[in-house]
Design a protein around this ligand. Structure first.
Ligand code: SAM
Length: 519
């Protein structure tokens, strides 16, 4: 009986908020929900289930006060089960795409239409759906501020919505810890934030550009009047927790808010297997973007001919072949973890090689989960794997990253230490430890670790850059410049278009420009 009730509850949750509790996570969620039931007046799972069910039940036997209690409990449950991991400028590739292609294109089109009097006002409307604690929305606001030098001429609407009310409270406050800025250009941080105790608060003018409100993405009957005629919707790292039906509902809702030719950006591979008839996918090397074709445009993509091909689409067609030549995300990841590349020289070559390949596959899969932000899963899987592979340094480092991204720096540190016990010259955990030391304002330790990295790997660009930043913060400009110069000299040896792994995948050219500003 209890098992049947748990299954029904899982189904109810999936139907109401999209969230799929997967088989392997059931126990974890059951514990969470049991803890919640113990805090309520409901005696057991059955009563709790009936409370949750009464809101969606059209049956009159549930009076309005019961429905009200049910709504309230759904809010609490959503707060308990949703994962809100986020940070500024998350996914550098998509951010570059927004900054260099999509937003400039939207803005230029709007200006042109306004000049031709096809538009009565200059308007820009964007929505971050599933915005969590606000980092994504404020990142958009910063990008837009950088791209629109005459904001007074514009009517700019930037909306952030989430189902989790407590995340929205944090977003409205706009106060963030250092860890949220791990991919933020320090210049932007200073430009758009003010120090606030140990943290940073978004400046009022940027805060005032953004509106937050609660919204359930799969409640398709309920769309706020703000959300019409949107130019761009960003919905990233939300659908990874959804079932296919719920994603389809959410996409329907998003589509109905976009203007024709408006854009949708989702996380990588989050929309695979979803029917996107009303959208034209456009492939950039950084990401796929979906352009809304309008309500009556289903299956229209085959009719799109050269006459209707926009300038952007033409650029895209040019770039697709380029993108196909570039290494994809996966191969960059496997470069990072080079276990399978180790020379194997013993007689059992084939066996050893196949074991290595399967280890590499496991590591690659975990890396994908990590990139998707599924930190709980990463930790859980590694804990299992470590029982058989307790000497695999990469597993400890992946676990350290998952903990760090969850904000548990203590556990991150412990796992970096384990990795270093296995290989004291392993650079990646040393770098993470240096970042953690910085996070704790322990500049001395951070500097020692970075110097050790440079000793072990004299071409470590990341170490020179991080050290340069610390000296700069300490006002030791002489040393800071020396560090930046060293990074610059090393980087100049690399092809300009190559991407290197520094705070996400960064183009050599962009990094060189960034360093130039420090010299
Ligand atoms: C991992 S966060 C992603 C935050 C941000 N988009 C990013 O990529 O950094 C996922 C967010 O989706 C929200 N979410 C989950 N289900 C939702 C639903 N049905 N409607 C609206 N938001 C939802 C969660 O509350 C959480 O804040």
């Amino acid at each position: 009986m209890t098992q049947i009730l748990w299954d029904k509850l899982r189904e109810l949750i999936s139907n109401r908020i999209g969230f799929i509790i997967r088989q392997q996570d059931i126990q974890y969620f059951q514990r969470k929900i049991e803890t919640r039931i113990a805090q309520t007046k409901y005696k057991n799972l059955e009563e709790y289930y009936h409370l949750l069910n009464s809101v969606s039940n059209k049956n009159d036997r549930f009076d309005s006060s019961q429905k009200h209690s049910s709504e309230k409990e759904w809010n609490i449950l959503a707060n308990i089960i949703t994962n809100g991991e986020s940070f500024f400028f998350r996914d550098r590739g998509q951010i570059d795409l927004l900054a260099n292609e999509i937003l400039p294109k939207i803005i230029a089109d709007k200006r042109e239409a306004y000049q031709k009097a096809e538009l009565p006002f200059l308007t820009l409307k964007v929505w971050s759906a599933g915005c969590s604690t606000g980092e994504e929305v404020y990142s958009l606001a910063m990008l837009i501020s950088e791209l629109i030098p005459d904001p007074a001429q514009w009517n700019i609407v930037i909306i952030g919505t989430d189902i989790n009310q407590s995340f929205l409270d944090i977003a409205r406050q706009g106060v963030y810890k250092k860890w949220s800025f791990r991919l933020t250009d320090p210049l932007l941080k200073v430009k758009y934030f003010l120090p606030h105790k140990q943290n940073w608060q978004i400046k009022p003018h940027l805060r005032s550009m953004v509106t937050f409100y609660q919204d359930n993405l799969i409640d398709i009957e309920n769309i706020s009047h703000h959300n019409y005629g949107l130019d761009l919707v960003i919905c990233r790292n939300v659908f990874i927790y959804f079932g296919l039906d719920s994603i389809s509902k959410a996409i329907k809702k998003i589509a109905s808010t976009l203007r024709p030719n408006g854009y949708l950006i989702s996380g990588h591979a989050e929309l695979q297997a979803i029917n996107l008839d009303n959208f034209q996918p456009i492939s950039f090397s950084e990401s796929v973007v979906y352009q809304y074709l309008g309500e009556n445009q289903a299956n229209h993509d085959s009719q799109i001919n050269s006459e209707t091909t926009t300038k952007l689409e033409q650029q895209v067609i040019n770039r697709v072949s380029l993108a196909q030549q570039e290494p994809n995300k996966l191969s960059l990841i496997s470069e990072h973890i080079s276990l399978a590349d180790k020379p194997v020289t013993n007689p059992q070559f084939n066996k050893a090689k196949s074991e290595l390949n399967s280890s590499k596959l496991q590591l690659d899969n975990i890396q994908i989960l990590l990139d998707e932000g599924q930190y709980y899963q990463v930790i859980k899987q590694i804990k299992q794997l470590i029982k058989q592979q307790s000497d695999c340094k990469e597993l400890y480092y992946l676990m350290a990253q998952a903990y760090a991204n969850q904000g548990d720096l203590e556990e991150a540190q412990i796992n970096c230490d384990h990795a270093l016990e296995i290989d004291s010259m392993y650079i990646a955990p040393l770098l993470l430890l240096a970042q953690i030391a910085e996070e704790h304002n322990n500049h001395r330790t951070a500097k020692e670790l970075l110097k050790r990295i440079i000793y072990l790997e004299p071409l470590s660009i990341a170490a020179y850059l991080d050290l340069g930043a610390i000296y700069r913060n300490e006002n030791d400009l002489h040393r800071s410049k020396k560090m930046y110069q060293a990074a610059y000299d090393i980087l100049q040896e690399s092809p300009r278009n190559e991407k290197i792994d520094y705070q996400g995948q960064t183009k050599v050219d962009d990094l060189l420009n960034h360093i130039k500003s420090k010299l």
